[in-house]
Design a protein around this ligand. Structure first.
Ligand code: GLN
Length: 272
């Protein structure tokens, strides 16, 4: 069977800071290596709901407060209901920093403007204030919101180090880079995506990182995130194929030696 995925990229001109575009390139490459056809659809103001509905996976990056204001206006007026329905039926997504702030109940910007969000996630985000320190730095977490990541991969092609103890242990860790003024506070219905091992996470106080709703990940991990976290990239791709083709998917394994080396380098650097 020839698989094909359409990857929707939310407002590439407004929302793609700190290398978030790398997440798109990573998914595209991992599909190409497996002969899965891909189409990248930039989701702009002019994108119709019909086009949006055709996406099999949605990615969103970070942004400054001003760009977030422009994006949320279009999301609330034109695209919010469609996105909600897609996520409810299991379409996966990855939203980094500024974009997930728009998927909660609201985001209070640095200059005190309240941007009403889409309410898909049960959380709120408040900027600490423009005169307050931002949450900046390399960050590491352990994924608590996805059980299947703990499974040992069935087999691997090449990459002799894939079965090394470090790799097995690191299959639930995530590494990235954060830079945000906003602090996110989860409500009782929000499931955390991960637990913070190094860095600030959602708010620098409660040790939670991001949130997960069905197959949608909200997180503060720039980096870009997916190239250094191939387990998350493949989790997203497998969910996208399962929802689209309505059957169990076992992705063909790739040689991720370099990817895991990059991942482990950060773990070592931060003394995890
Ligand atoms: N403007 C938001 C904040 O400062 C998001 C920043 C980002 O996406 N890196 O929290």
């Amino acid at each position: 069977m020839n698989f094909k995925l359409t990857i929707g990229w939310l407002y590439p001109d407004l929302m793609s800071t700190y290398g978030d575009r790398g997440n798109i390139i990573c998914l595209e490459k991992r599909c190409n290596w497996r002969s899965i056809e891909t189409k990248i659809l930039p989701i702009e103001f002019a994108t119709s709901t019909k086009e949006l509905e055709n996406c099999d996976i949605i990615l969103g990056g970070g942004a400054q407060d001003r760009q977030q204001e422009l994006a949320i206006k279009d999301l609330r007026e034109n695209k919010g209901d469609t996105l909600k329905k897609m996520f409810q039926r299991g379409v996966p997504g990855l939203f980094v920093c500024g974009s997930p702030q728009l998927l909660g109940h609201y985001y209070m910007t640095g200059d005190g403007k309240k941007l009403e969000g889409l309410g898909i996630f049960d959380y709120v985000t408040k900027h600490a204030g423009l005169d307050k320190p931002r949450c900046i730095g390399n960050t590491v977490g352990v994924v608590t919101g996805i059980n299947s990541l703990t499974e040992k991969p069935k087999n691997h092609l090449g990459g002799g180090r894939m079965d090394s103890p470090e790799v097995k242990e690191s299959r639930r860790t995530i590494v990235g880079f954060e830079n945000h003024g906003g602090r996110t506070y989860l409500g009782k219905d929000a499931k955390p995506f991960a637990k913070v091992l190094k860095g600030y996470g959602n708010n620098g106080e409660d040790g939670s990182e991001g949130s997960i709703y069905k197959n949608v990940i909200a997180c503060y991990y720039h980096g870009p995130f997916l190239p250094k976290n191939p387990h998350i990239a493949d989790w997203l791709l497998a969910r996208a194929l399962e929802i689209k083709y309505q059957k169990d998917i076992q992705l063909e394994p790739l040689d991720d030696t370099l990817e895991w080396q990059a991942h482990e380098f950060i773990l070592r650097k931060l003394k995890i």
